[in-house]
Design a protein around this ligand. Sequence first.
Ligand code: ZN
Length: 491
Amino acid sequence: MGAFEELMAWARQTRALAQVAGRLAWDQETMMPRGAAEQRAEEAGAMEAVLHARRSDPRVGAWLEAAEAADPGPEARAQLRLIRHEHDRVRRVPGDLAAELARLTSRAQGIWAAARAEDDFAAFAPVLEEVVARKREEGAALADGGDAYDALLDGFEPGMTAAELDRIFGEMRPRLKRLRERALGHGDAAPLRGAFDTQAQLELARELAGRFGYDFARGRIDLAVHPFSAGAGDDVRITTRVSAEDPFNCLYSTIHETGHAAYEQGIAPAYRMTPVGQGVSMGVHESQSRLYENQLGRSRGFCHWLYGRMRAVFGDLGVADEEAFYATVNRLHRGYIRTEADEVQYNLHVMLRYDLERQLIAGDLEVADLEAAWNAWFAEDFGYPVDRAANGVLQDVHWSVGLFGYFPTYALGNVYAGCLHAAMRAELGELDAQLAAGDPSAATGWLRRHVQQHGGLYPPRELVTRACGGAPGAGPLLDYLDEKFGALYPG
Ligand code: ZN
């Protein structure tokens, strides 16, 4: 066997084991008996140790060098690019720092959850300080002389830099703030009123997933506290949740997760179980889920169909007519929580976290000053003060588990979605008639052809540029938001 074949055999088996570990994590969130938590931690730890040993296998570097020297063609080059990317990252971080981070963040997550329940940032600050200190070290090790934050970001969005994000976000912030100020001046649109049968919600959620192209023969939907999608290739599962008062929570988080799952299910079968056979970055992943959820799922056309379908399922929805329904689906409202934010304000939440975490990693901000910095920034961008830490600096789990450089990919996903949506509309023309018939397949088919089937074949920026016929920027997203919310909130 040549070096490339040996490397690919190693990569396939590593990937298979990672899938098994991922299924353990899925099980923990959906099916696992309550009493099994401690045993599961041991099982997950054992899998992690096996995976770590494989990833730091000393033979990988030699295989890579030999295979790269042979230059075996474009698809193989993409496989090598992805293996090289991960190999260099694993190699640069000292083993004891990686182990220390794993121990520290598993402890920090518990402390964060307790601190959030008590609304007490001071209880979380000491362990977060340790996490930030270790992440600075990790970033410096990964950066190898370059910028530490860029190096952390590169783990989630290969090739992206903070300088590029600054340019994109700098264009977004003023226009989003103008839009939110104008919209909130109109007063809140009413939410739905009533109690909505949860079994009927789940049935409708399954129907929606199917309409958006989810393949149930290679997936399943279960309940979990936080919706997520997990897996790859022939086994991609999604979870959702139900609330009797708020059926949109279940329905739209299902469409969102269907976007993630459709990406994984849509990758060309030839790439299955290889490095190319998975979504290429967090930003591109989020572009699929957000486009399914927002540009398609919350469009006027699809809302027409959903209004009729929901009335058939639930009876009276407590809204006057279809126009009021559309306004309710797209309502802007004051709030503190990122995950509950509308299309306009969501990105402001993300940018706030991005700026703070960048300063933390650079050493320009210390954890002791983080809560005050958060509150000042929030008041500036949202126009009202944070009322308590659980609604502010303690609301997200990410920093406690060491995810620095992850937040900006949420907003980047929206930026990519804006570009892809504009390119799709330019090519396909009017989609509203199909969406109004409850049929997004023309749109999802376009995404499958231009984005999903490629998996990791192209780096993220190249993938989006090829699909859109130009480099990604914030313009298309901002124009779409201005048009949509300008019509909803005229003035
Ligand atoms: Zn998502």
